[in-house]
Design a protein around this ligand. Structure first.
Ligand code: IMP
Length: 202
């Protein structure tokens, strides 16, 4: 079993990852297991750059294979804001959702997408970077209590429920994170023998 560190402290993300990676030959630990770890500054200009920064920082600190994501919501009518600033858009989840709804007041175009980029790193090198997306719209009023972040405001295409009204299992079938993780799993399955050699010689 290969040990891998998830470069996040976000318990919600971690639970989604554990579920999505269930059945893989991976022992998943997280930054919560390294209380001394100081998070790097997320000063990238893209999801990819920020995911790379987080994955490299985690692998360099812990000396194990790492993966980290950067994710966020892009709203078409707001020139793709909040994008990489999604977690910094307001003080907490409720305020973030309120801000989006306020900024969209009177706007007809409600198209939006969630983006998730996952980078895998080892030995001071990013060995892969994978993007997942899910398209939908921002509704007028928040609905539902599951999930986290902007989930109560986002209704994925083909559904009449928000992400916060779907069960975690339902969300995990279609989410941006699930989509990116699918690509990660393909990569891990194809490349694991190569990575295993590297990991054991490290
Ligand atoms: P990160 O930890 O820098 O990737 O921050 C991502 C931010 O985007 C989170 O704090 C949420 O506000 C938002 N976000 C990312 N993924 C989701 C999701 O699955 N549902 C709702 N909000 C999300």
């Amino acid at each position: 079993m290969t040990k891998i560190i998830a470069g996040t402290h976000n318990q919600h993300k971690l639970e989604e990852y554990r579920e999505l990676l269930d059945g893989q030959d991976l022992e998943i630990v997280s930054l919560n297991d390294y209380p001394e770890y100081a998070e790097p500054e997320e000063n990238g200009k893209t999801f990819e750059e920020n995911a790379n920064i987080k994955a490299l920082s985690a692998t360099n600190y812990c000396d194990v294979l790492s993966f980290a994501d950067d994710s966020g919501l892009e709203v078409e009518a707001l020139d793709n804001a909040p994008g990489i600033y999604s977690s910094r858009y307001a003080a907490n989840d409720k305020a973030r959702v309120e801000r989006i709804l306020k900024e969209l007041e009177g706007k007809e175009n409600r198209r939006a997408r969630f983006v998730c980029v996952i980078s895998i790193a080892f030995n001071n090198e990013v060995v892969g970077s994978f993007r997942g997306e899910v398209y939908g719209k921002i509704i007028d009023e928040p609905r539902g209590t599951n999930g986290f972040g902007y989930d109560p405001a986002f209704m994925p295409d083909g559904f009449d429920k928000t992400f916060a009204e779907l069960t975690r299992e339902e969300k995990n079938k279609i989410s941006h994170r699930a989509n990116a993780i699918e690509k990660v799993i393909e990569f891990v399955e194809d490349e694991m023998s190569i990575l295993d050699d590297e990991l054991s010689s490290f």
